[in-house]
Design a binder for this molecule. Structure first.
Ligand code: AKB
Length: 315
C-alpha cells in the first residue's frame, strides 16, 4: 500500500472514469479509506459493497463539507462533471456543475487544509485556432464549447488556489477515454466506446461523426495510471500542475472501424454526423504530451491495436 494520510473522497464515482478510479484507489489504500460519492445514478454492487458510498450534489457546499468532515477526508479526486454534448444542450447546468462545483471543492479544500485535490480537465480547453495536428501544452486557449469554457475556468481556478493559497491541485487534460466497465454519458468521444458494444450486440453501428474525424484518445488502464502517477509525483517537479496534456493514441472513426473489422469481419458502420460533429471539429487531432513525459514520466501502454483487442475481450 502506498503512503497515505487521511481518507480519499472521489466525486463522480459512479461515472466512467470515477468508477474505475475508485476501485483502483481502494485496491491501493483499502476500501474503507476511499469514500465514493455519486449523485443521481445508482452505484454498481461492486462500488457500493467495497467501501463507503455517499450521495453528494457538488453544487451544494454544505453536502460536500458534511462528508469531508464526517470521513476526515484529506484528498479529493473531483471527477463529477457534465460532458461536452450534454453541456452544449444545457450550458447553464454545465457551468453550474463543472465550474461552481469545482470552486466549492477548492474552497472546502482550502478552508480545511486538505493535502491534495485532483481535477479532470479535458482536451476541450482547446479551440479550433490551435495547431490542430499537435496541440501544444502551453498556448492561448480559446474553447468554443461551453464544456471547454468550464474546463478552462477549472484550470484557471486551480492555478489561483495553487498560487494564492499554496493548495496542491493537479489536473490532466483527458482526451476521449475508452473503457469497458462503465459507459460514458453525454460526451462527444462516446462513439469510440459505443462502437464496441454495437459490434458485439448487432454487428452494426451508426456513428455520429464523419469517418475522417480524428481525435486524441486513451484506454482506461492508461487513464487510471496517468491519474495516479500525476498525484504521486513531487509537486515541485510539475510545471503545469493544473492541466497536463496526456494521450494514448489518435485515430479517425474510420480507422477504428477497420481495427474492429480485423477481429469481427462482418461488422459494418454507417456515418451520420449530428450536432456533435461541430464539437469534434473544434478539438485537436493530437495532443503534445511531452511535458507530462518529461515532468512525471508519462508513457502510454495501449495503442489502437492493443486497445481494440482488449476491449473486444471485455465487452
Ligand atoms: C467528451 O467527449 O466530452 C469528453 C472529453 C473529451 O472531455 N470525453
Amino acid at each position: 500500500m502506498a503512503d497515505m494520510e487521511g481518507r480519499i473522497l472521489v466525486t463522480g464515482a459512479v461515472g466512467q472514469i470515477g468508477s474505475e478510479l475508485t476501485m483502483a484507489l481502494r485496491t491501493r489504500y483499502g476500501g474503507s479509506n476511499v469514500v465514493a460519492a455519486g449523485h443521481i445514478t445508482e452505484p454498481t454492487e461492486t462500488l457500493r459493497d467495497s467501501g463507503p458510498f455517499v450521495t453528494i450534489d457538488v453544487r451544494e457546499s454544505a453536502e460536500i463539507e458534511q462528508i469531508v468532515d464526517k470521513y476526515q477526508i484529506e484528498t479529493i479526486y473531483h471527477m463529477a462533471a457534465i460532458l461536452s454534448a450534454v453541456g452544449e444542450k444545457n450550458p447553464y447546468m454545465a457551468w453550474d456543475v463543472n465550474a461552481n462545483g469545482l470552486l466549492n471543492i477548492l474552497e472546502i479544500a482550502r478552508q480545511r487544509g486538505l493535502s491534495q485535490v485532483f481535477i479532470p480537465s479535458s482536451m476541450a480547453v482547446y479551440g479550433p485556432d490551435v495547431p490542430r495536428e499537435l496541440a501544444p501544452q502551453d498556448c492561448a486557449l480559446n474553447p468554443t464549447t461551453m464544456y471547454g469554457i468550464t474546463k478552462l475556468a477549472g484550470e484557471a481556478l486551480a492555478k489561483n488556489y495553487i498560487h494564492n493559497y499554496g493548495l496542491d491541485v493537479r489536473g490532466l487534460r483527458y482526451p476521449g477515454v475508452i473503457s469497458s466497465e462503465t459507459p460514458p454519458g453525454g460526451g462527444t468521444t462516446d462513439y469510440a466506446v459505443e462502437i464496441f458494444y454495437a459490434a458485439e450486440a448487432s454487428g452494426h453501428y451508426q456513428c455520429f461523426v464523419r469517418k475522417d474525424t480524428v481525435l486524441p484518445m486513451m484506454y482506461m488502464p492508461d487513464c487510471i495510471r496517468a491519474t495516479l502517477n500525476l498525484m504521486d509525483a513531487p509537486f515541485e517537479d510539475l510545471e503545469y500542475p493544473a492541466g497536463y496534456n496526456v494521450e494514448g493514441m489518435s485515430f479517425s472513426a474510420g480507422m477504428l472501424v477497420e481495427a474492429v473489422r480485423k477481429h469481427l469481419p462482418g461488422f459494418s458502420c454507417s456515418f451520420v454526423p449530428d450536432e456533435r460533429q461541430r464539437i469534434a471539429d473544434s478539438w485537436p487531432l493530437r495532443l503534445d504530451d511531452s511535458a507530462a513525459r518529461r515532468d512525471w514520466n508519462w508513457m502510454p501502454q495501449f495503442g489502437l491495436e492493443e486497445m481494440v483487442e482488449d476491449m473486444l475481450m471485455r465487452v
